[in-house]
Design a protein around this ligand. Structure first.
Ligand code: BGC
Length: 354
């Protein structure tokens, strides 16, 4: 009697244990099969972001593109990239194409600040957030503007100019009129130059915008200014390194390179080489690492509907656009090594060629 009961109970216990073990295995494998179906149903989908760039001519746009791609990859973002080669219509078509591919955020470096308003409108119609990258998109409501303090960039150029050009005939060049930055750089520089123009220290012998920021255009303008003034020019305000390079070619043709102070911007390699050679006076460093990291961070936050933690605004003709503005740094021969070589942006051998 008793033995049979014990045997029955122990068999029942063993059976229960086996059942519960099976259930355990089942339970363990059930969630894992749920996990598999979760991956397709409630996905850890990659965030898709579009990037529309105006150009790859200036080195700064090449660097920014690479760094945005790297930063996106680090953050597990799928970045779809288009470059419009300084063509507003092409940029719009490329953006429409990006918008048709299921992106949640569109980063736009506008070729034409006014024309790009249409891009913002189309993006918003599709519920896509827009980051106005580097250049402000005008007359529209981009979700955020991420750039440098571009009036400050002009201030820095102007400060250098007035401390190196005492008096005389000066040439004032500005960037492409379709690029809002060109206006801000000039505004910032003129804050410094205007008092010396008003006092009569400076005579402006040429004041011209350089179409599309073309170095070749800048070279022609500089040639004309030199010819018209019989080479009697004491200073050149060039808005970026590309246009400075064009001007310096024209100066060199007259044996005047290194003799007339000239500004620049971008801290591109060719500009830095000219600074150490002594034919370009200064440039402005805008750290691509900083702006690109901030941009990808903002893209993620916009997609998640999170606050960007930005408290600046810049008016674009329609509204005060929420803005993240990074700080530019003036570079001349005195701080190239410290900021750009020790700072890990360039290697010494590249800047000091010989
Ligand atoms: C940028 C400059 C650049 C220029 C030409 C401007 O919008 O701020 O860094 O040199 O475009 O590409």
């Amino acid at each position: 009697g008793m033995k049979k009961v014990v045997k029955f109970i122990s068999q029942a216990v063993i059976l229960l244990m086996v059942v519960s073990l099976l259930a355990g295995c089942g339970a363990a494998s059930t969630p894992s099969s749920d996990d598999t179906s979760d991956q397709t149903a409630a996905p850890e989908e990659k965030l898709k972001v579009g990037l529309s760039f105006p150009t790859q001519r200036e080195e700064i746009w090449v660097k920014d593109k690479v760094l945005l791609e790297q930063e996106a990859e680090k953050q597990g973002i799928e970045l779809l990239v288009q470059v419009s080669d300084n063509d507003a219509a092409k940029q719009q078509a490329q953006c429409e194409n990006l918008l048709s591919q299921g992106i949640e955020v569109l980063i736009v470096g506008a070729h034409d600040g006014k024309a790009a308003a249409t891009i913002v409108e189309k993006a918003h119609e599709m519920g896509v957030k827009v980051i106005s990258f580097e250049r402000l998109i005008l007359d529209s409501d981009p979700d955020v503007y991420i750039s440098f303090d571009n009036v400050k960039v002009g201030n820095v150029q102007g400060d250098w100019f007035v401390s190196h050009v005492d008096k005389g005939n000066i040439v004032i060049l500005s960037g492409d009129p379709l690029d809002n930055n060109a206006k801000l750089f000039k505004q910032g520089a003129m804050e410094k130059l205007q008092p010396k123009i008003d006092s009569g220290d400076y005579t402006v012998v040429m004041e011209q915008a350089v179409k599309d920021w073309q170095p070749g255009e800048a070279m022609k303008l500089m040639e004309n200014a030199l010819t018209a003034n019989k080479n009697n020019i004491q200073g050149v305000l060039a808005p970026n390194d590309g246009t400075a390079g064009g001007c310096i070619q024209a100066l060199a043709a007259q044996g005047l390179d290194g003799k007339i102070p000239i500004t620049g911007q971008d801290a591109e390699l060719a500009g830095l080489q000219r600074i150490v050679e002594g034919v370009q006076g200064m440039t402005v460093f805008k750290d691509s690492r900083v702006i690109c990291k901030a941009t990808i961070e903002a893209a993620i936050k916009l997609a998640n509907g999170e606050d960007l933690g930005a408290n600046n605004t810049v008016n674009n003709g329609k509204m005060d656009v929420l803005s993240i503005l990074c700080t530019p740094t003036a570079i001349d021969e005195s701080n190239i090594d410290e900021i750009l070589i020790d700072g890990g942006v360039f290697v010494k051998e590249d800047i000091y060629k010989q």
